[in-house]
Ligand binder design. Sequence first.
Ligand code: 9UX
Length: 72
Amino acid sequence: VSETVTVAITGMTCANCASTNETALEGVPGVIEADVNFATDEARVTYNPSMVSLDDLYDAVEDAGYEPVRES
Ligand code: 9UX
């Protein structure tokens, strides 16, 4: 089972920031794939919802030094 969400991320000022966020998100156990688009400020994340919550994704982005737009 997997779910895919789009998370808006603010604070990315160069394309390497997107790579940093991809690595951070893919480091969360249960995340299957993360693609971060610098041009649109959006992360598209596919994950196993039994292992990962939206908050876990937000926390990973924050720990990497960026600001997720939390929706709840
Ligand atoms: Mo580019 Mo992003 O040098 O934090 S990686 S600004």
